[in-house]
Design a protein around this ligand. Structure first.
Ligand SMILES: [Zn+2]
Length: 279
């Protein structure tokens, strides 16, 4: 039974990754890693686990595709283009892989692993929606810590529209979670997963504003996430943050944060959760 599911899951993951590459949502390296991550999550987790990953992938690639023109002028701020490479895919998907393996092989009756996964997916979806839709904001972003106005595309800069988009991305994942696990209380699932996604994505901005390595191009006199070289070809210097704490590490850490927050919130709202088991 599990073997069949793994074979079908891997084939579906390969197909979706191939389409992602064809439609320029994934670079070649990203498509290969997405095939492995998707294969493990689809194959071991089955439909409910697969649907959260697919919802994230399709909705965020779709938004990114629709608004790609708008982002072109900002592209020099961001480390990478809209085609996700292996490190970006790994940053978004590796926690899901750990959770599904733990769930299937070690703790099949533990509901919190599923809640943690939903919280992690809500976080990365919220973050992606905020990035893709936030650039449409006519309002200048404000720095999450000081509230001062910063340039569009600056790590740690937030706007009302971006925050609203991030809530939308989290609610979307919460709805899919509720739909595919009808044994859970509907309102509780929506509230907890949406809050976890929104909080996780704010954590992402907070990390981007504090510890993320931000570089400076002396030649162009701008801040950038690009390293070792800026778009102009000149070397960039670390301006603040930790050099190894790049955008991918920020995303990975926020997904852990979102997962932990989801489990914590669930515990606060429903004490009997610790006693219950997944069907
Ligand atoms: Zn430059």
């Amino acid at each position: 039974m599990l073997t069949t599911q793994i074979i079908i899951g891997s084939l579906l993951a390969a197909l979706i990754s191939y389409l992602g590459w064809r439609f320029r949502a994934l670079a070649i390296s990203g498509a290969l890693v997405a095939t492995i991550i998707g294969g493990v999550i689809f194959g071991l987790g089955g439909l409910s686990w697969a649907m959260l990953l697919v919802t994230f992938f399709i909705s965020s690639s779709g938004l990114s595709h629709i608004f790609s023109l708008r982002k072109t002028k900002l592209s020099e701020k961001f480390t990478k283009g809209s085609q996700r490479d292996w490190a970006q895919v790994l940053a978004n998907g590796s926690l899901g892989v750990l959770l599904v393996i733990t769930h299937v092989f070690f703790y099949p009756d533990q509901l919190w692993l599923w809640i943690a996964y939903a919280g992690a997916m809500a976080t990365i979806n919220a973050d992606t929606w905020a990035t893709e839709l936030g650039v449409l904001s006519t309002q200048q972003p404000r720095f999450i810590i000081t509230g001062q106005k910063v340039e569009c595309g600056t790590s740690g800069g937030i706007t009302f529209l971006g925050t609203f988009a991030s809530l939308g991305g989290a609610v979307f994942i919460a709805l899919v979670t509720a739909f595919f696990t009808p044994q859970l209380d509907f309102s509780l699932t929506i509230i907890v997963i949406s809050l976890a996604g929104l909080t996780g994505s704010l954590l992402d901005s907070l990390l981007g504003a504090t510890v993320q390595g931000i570089y400076e191009c002396l030649h162009c006199a701008v801040e950038t996430e690009r390293h070792p070289r800026h778009t102009c070809g000149k070397k960039t210097l670390l301006s603040h943050g930790w050099f190894w704490f790049n955008n991918d590490v920020v995303n990975f850490v926020s997904s852990i944060g979102g997962a932990a927050i989801a489990v914590l919130f669930w515990y606060c709202f429903d004490y009997s959760f610790w006693l219950s088991t997944q069907e």
